[in-house]
Structures are given as C-alpha cells and as structure tokens.
Design a protein around this ligand. Structure first.
Ligand code: PLP
Ligand code: COI
Length: 338
C-alpha cells in the first residue's frame, strides 16, 4: 500500500479504491453499484453537458481517537441534494438511497480515512447528473448519481489562520431567487473569474454581495458570519447556499448562550464586527483577517496579529470536537460507520 503523508494533505483529488453509482431510468432509481473505475461514458447530448443539469454535495467523515469513523449530518446533505434536484428538475434521490451510498463508499474506502492525529478527514463528494440526450431545453429522462471520496486537509492552505478576503463589485455569483440557494455546478462556474482574480491579488476568496441590494451574501465556497459582542450574525438571502456548517454553528453559538441573528447585513455593518469568518464543510471555519472592498477603497480589519478571534476559536474547537468524537454528540449529528 502506498504511504500517504496524512498531516500534509491539501484539499484536492486523490484516487481511492472505489466509488459508488446509482442510475435513474424508466422513472425509478436502481440498485447501488460499486466500481473502481474513475471514468464513465456519456452521451454527447446529455443534459448535464449542455443545460447544466448537475448538482453535488460535500460532506466529511472523521476518524476518532477510538478508531471509529464518524459522518457529520448526512441526512442534511441528503435533504439539500433533494432541494437542488427540485431546483433544476432532476428526480429526487431518496434519503435512504443517499445514506446507503455514502455508508458503502466510506466503508469500502476505510483505509483512506485519515488517522485522528493528522487532523485531516475524508471528503465525500456526491454528484447527480442528467445523462440522457436532449437538444431542446428540457430535463433529461435518465440520471446518474455517483459518490467518490478523497482524503483532504484544509481548504485554505493556511488552515485555521485568518486570511484576507475581497469584495469585487464587478462580479455577481448568483441572482436573487435564482440558483444560488442550490448546490449546482453553474454557480461555481459563475464564480471562477472573480475567484481567480481574488487569488491573483493575494486574497483567499471573494466575499460576494447580493446582486440586487448589495448586502452581504457569502464567500465563493462558504457562508459568512460576523461576531459582535455576544451575537452571531449571518446573512439572510435568497442567493446563498444554506450551509450545514453554518446551521450547526448557529446551534453551537446558541448553546454557548449567544444570540443568533439571521438577517440582511448591509456592507457598512462589517466595520462593527469584532470577528468574521467563512464556514463550510471544506472551509470548516476560516477566520477572516481583513475584508477589502476594492472598488470602494474600503478595508475592514479583524485580525492584526495573525490569530483567530476568541469566539471563532471556541466555535471551531467545539465543532471539531463533535466531528472527531471528542465530545458527546448531543444534537445527534453523527452517524458512526459500523
Ligand atoms: N456556500 C457555498 C457556495 C458552498 O459551496 C458551500 C460548501 O458546501 C457552503 C456555503 C458551505 O456549506 P456546508 O457547510 O453545507 O458545506
Ligand atoms: C464544500 O465545502 O463541501 C464545498 O463543496 C465547497 C467547495 C469545495 C465547492
């Protein structure tokens, strides 16, 4: 077996032993199959290639000190994929089928779940695509669901260290009442130009404003939250993805006695926050060092000493402790892979 440097993994694709698949045909989902092929043949007129019938998910499995493998909030990802399916006219994958696929692929690739001490995890990537031929703009009749996994380290190479983010007013990611609230490929294609520009300028991500009112929306791959005093404040918008990590942090903030506010956040309010962060499965919590609004020549600073703020740190430690099984799973967020 090849040796993997678990402690120095980046967030990327690494081939593993197996992936699982499930086909939708003649109006129903088939059985889950296991394969070691990393490719598949597809019809050149498949709707995913032309009309963007593609949705995906992102979740993680963690190995605890006790050696057990824990999957975080699997049912929430199943529900969000169903919401994405409704959003772009794909048949919903039943939760039981989704869960069976996830448990199978993790179990089959058990040897790729990083050891506890590494602080790494197994990223799980489910995706669903329209595969049958269509030339008119119409939903496909056949679909393919695939789940593959890859051991990963931090999404932002800095890990749990504050990084700068940029507001780029020349670019929007999604429209209000559009597809921003679904996890569909098109949203990410729409974020590539601004994302590359931000990276070239030394920022870790773009912080998008909503396209209409120009209130705070979210980052390219993660939700935004701000901390002011005892409040956890996060944007309400029809163009952001409902993050499962954000939902969990809101619960943990409440458990810690904080007030949670989900509402529109005008850009000027950023200046009143003591701390700010980006949160998501891949990003976990990525504390924000500084937000620069490049077109308006404004800058909001949260960390001058390179350290995360105390609330970000407390939330991060609490979330990770639950995910790795160091603390009791009081909210029933964990599925143990038997
Ligand atoms: N927002 C966007 C655009 C994302 O791609 C992600 C990643 O899934 C998130 C937010 C965070 O969502 P979650 O916490 O469910 O991973
Ligand atoms: C995730 O956090 O799971 C994501 O999907 C974010 C990004 C890699 C697209």
């Amino acid at each position: 077996m090849e040796s993997i440097d678990w402690s120095n993994l980046s967030f990327g694709y690494m081939p593993t032993d197996y992936n699982v698949r499930c086909i939708y045909k003649d109006g129903k989902w088939g059985d889950i199959t296991v394969t070691s092929s990393q490719t598949f043949e597809i019809h050149m007129a498949a709707t995913c290639l032309h009309y963007g019938q593609e949705a995906f998910e992102g979740m993680k499995a963690f190995r605890g000190k006790d050696g057990k493998i824990r999957i975080f909030r699997m049912d929430e990802n199943a529900a969000r994929l169903q919401s994405s399916c409704r959003g772009i006219m794909m048949p919903e994958l039943p939760t039981e089928k989704f869960n069976e696929a996830i448990l199978t692929v993790v179990k089959k690739n058990e040897r790729f779940v990083p050891p506890y001490e590494s602080g790494a995890s197994l990223y799980i990537r489910p995706l669903l695509i329209g595969t049958s031929a269509q030339v008119g703009v119409k939903p496909a009749k056949e679909y393919l669901f695939i789940v593959f996994v890859s051991p990963v380290g931090p999404y932002f190479k800095e890990g749990f260290k504050p990084t700068p983010m940029a507001i780029l007013r020349q670019y929007d990611r999604a429209a209000p009442l559009g597809t921003g609230r679904y996890k569909v490929g098109g949203n990410y294609a729409a974020s590539l130009v601004a994302g590359e520009k931000a990276h070239e300028l030394g920022y870790s991500a773009v912080l998008y404003l909503d396209a209409k009112e120009k209130n705070l929306d979210e980052c390219g791959p993660a939700n935004f939250f701000g901390i002011r005093g005892n409040s956890y404040i996060t944007p309400k918008s029809t163009s952001i993805l409902p993050s499962i990590t954000n939902k969990s942090l809101m619960q943990l903030a409440e458990d810690m006695g904080m007030t949670v506010e989900v509402r529109q956040i005008p850009e000027d309010e950023i200046g009143t926050f003591d701390e700010a962060g980006a949160c998501g499965t891949a990003a976990v919590i990525s504390p924000i060092a500084r937000i620069d609004d490049l077109d308006e020549n404004k800058s909001y600073i949260f960390s001058k000493d390179g350290k995360p703020g105390p609330i970000c740190e407390k939330l991060y430690n609490k979330l990770r402790a639950i995910q790795y099984g160091d603390e009791p799973d009081t909210h029933k967020w964990i599925t143990i892979v038997e």
